[in-house]
Design a protein around this ligand. Structure first.
Ligand code: FAD
Length: 436
């Protein structure tokens, strides 16, 4: 029997399991803390061409088609004032890569599509309601596999562990101690509404009282809003709100937005909003060590980022693509069979490529967040930023740092830096195998 791989957390990491299973026929199990995946609940994402490339090249064209069926193209990017005045409008063509364009999608639809791809691949177990407590024998080495302890008292063993358990990762604690992301003083209230956007596109209005937000389509008749407010620390209130809590919150927020002169195109969706969640916006620099022994981190577990760039989930996808590519080019299935040194070589290469990209994403995200906040801080600062936005769109078609996010192609970048010839690697692939 081949090695057993355990994936902690069933977020974007499931795509990784499917990719590794496809390439190396590994025995794989995902352990997810949620009791079940539920339709219709939770937040949403923007998906950009850099992440869509991973979905296509690692997950396959069927997965890409499935994801895009559940998503809505942005088409335009509008920076606005709270009263509905447009400051600058960019066509999303400026971020397109071939036929890949940015789209909005509810998280549950993306998760469903990934799950269907995992089921198509077959042989991957998904065990729900399993919350990681701790890992034992992380170093593993030749003495044997890692022991995974769950909160319910059960335990399993695995040869290799991928920590895909998000920003509050317990896997990370076992690699580098407690390194929680840091709260930056802003909370986000988000939700969805069954109504089309009044104008096509994703829009970024800013208003008085240091409040800004983003409204974007996730379906022909569905949109999502995320409203950012400078707020003192109150982690107890960061959660999915109950319907009763949401009603109170929405009523107060809508009254405050109307008082401040926000356009009804922004207020109405909040009034009609469902699935209301409040999150404290937190981030931290990528951790210095992404792997130890038989355990490696993927996604927010290694580099939790604030959402202003809309690239957090894309970084998880790029991680998955990069790890799978490095493993393929540096020994294939043997990486998981032989001694730990080949696994560690792959992990080193993976971290070498991903660290600077994740750090850059973090810094860009902070910069974009600061820009939006500055627009809320008085007329002069606001006008200066608006001019900057307008000039960038006039000169470059959009903000240049958004292009750096969307253009990235993990295969091309990694292969160019390493001097790898991917065409020969592709000749060896199985008909059903990942298209790396
Ligand atoms: C308001 C907001 C808006 C955002 N918008 C965007 C956007 O537009 N585009 C974008 O790309 N990104 C966006 N992001 C970022 C994005 O949500 C994350 O970067 C992305 O989800 C990270 O994926 P992940 O798989 O690493 O972690 P997660 O998606 O957090 O998945 C982790 C999984 O692990 C599970 N888990 C956690 N702990 C345990 C445990 N102990 N045991 C077992 N399972 C566990 C969780 O239940 C979850 O299923 C946004 C984030 C926020 C807060």
């Amino acid at each position: 029997m081949g090695p057993e791989i355990a994936i902690i957390g069933g977020g974007m990491g499931e795509l990784g399991v499917a990719a590794l299973k496809k390439q190396f026929s590994l025995r794989s199990t995902v352990y997810e803390q949620a009791p079940a995946y539920e339709d219709g609940v939770g937040g949403a994402f923007g998906l950009y061409p850099n992440g869509l490339k991973v979905i296509r090249d690692v997950g396959g064209v069927e997965l890409l088609r499935d994801v895009l069926t559940g998503a809505e193209p942005y088409q335009f990017r509008r920076w606005m004032r709270h009263d509905g005045t447009e400051v600058a409008v960019a066509s999303e063509e400026a971020l397109a890569q071939g036929d890949l364009q940015s789209v909005g999608i509810r998280r549950w639809r993306l998760q469903r599509a990934i799950l269907r791809a995992v089921e198509r691949e077959g042989g991957i177990k998904i065990v729900m309601g399993k919350k990681l407590k701790s890992l034992q024998n992380v170093e593993g080495d030749v003495s044997g596999p890692v022991t995974i302890l769950f909160e319910d008292g059960s335990k399993v063993r695995a040869d290799f562990v991928f920590g895909c358990d998000g920003a509050k990762s317990r896997t990370r604690e076992n690699i580098c101690g407690v390194l929680e992301p840091v709260y930056g003083g802003i909370t986000c209230l988000m939700g969805s509404a069954d109504m089309p956007r009044s104008k096509p596109g994703i829009c970024f209005p800013t208003g008085p009282n240091r409040r800004h937000g983003v409204w974007y389509p996730v379906g022909p008749n569905e949109q999502v809003f995320q409203i950012y407010t400078v707020t003192p620390m109150n982690p107890e209130s960061w959660k999915a709100l109950t319907p009763a809590e949401a009603e109170v919150e929405k009523r107060q927020l809508c009254a405050s937005l109307r008082e401040d002169g926000w356009s009804e195109e922004f207020v109405k969706p909040v009034e009609e909003g469902k699935n209301i969640i409040r999150v404290g916006i937190r981030d931290r620099a990528p951790v210095e060590k992404w792997f130890k022994g038989r355990v490696v981190l993927v996604g927010d577990a290694a580099h939790p980022v604030a959402p202003y760039f809309g690239q957090g989930a894309m970084m998880s996808f790029e991680d998955v693509g990069t790890f799978a590519l490095c493993a393929k080019m540096m020994g294939g299935a043997d990486v998981f069979k032989s001694n730990l040194s080949s696994f560690h070589h792959v992990c080193e290469k993976y971290q070498k490529h991903r660290f600077p990209r994740a750090l850059n994403t973090l810094l860009t995200s902070r910069e974009l967040g600061r820009m939006q906040l500055t627009r809320t801080e008085g007329k002069v600062a606001g006008l200066a930023r608006e001019l900057q936005l307008w000039v960038s769109v006039a000169l470059f078609g959009t903000l240049p740092n958004l292009k750096k996010g969307a253009e990235y192609d993990f295969k091309t970048e990694v292969a160019r830096t390493e001097g790898w010839d991917l065409s020969s690697a592709m000749k060896t692939r199985q008909p059903q195998a990942a298209k790396l």
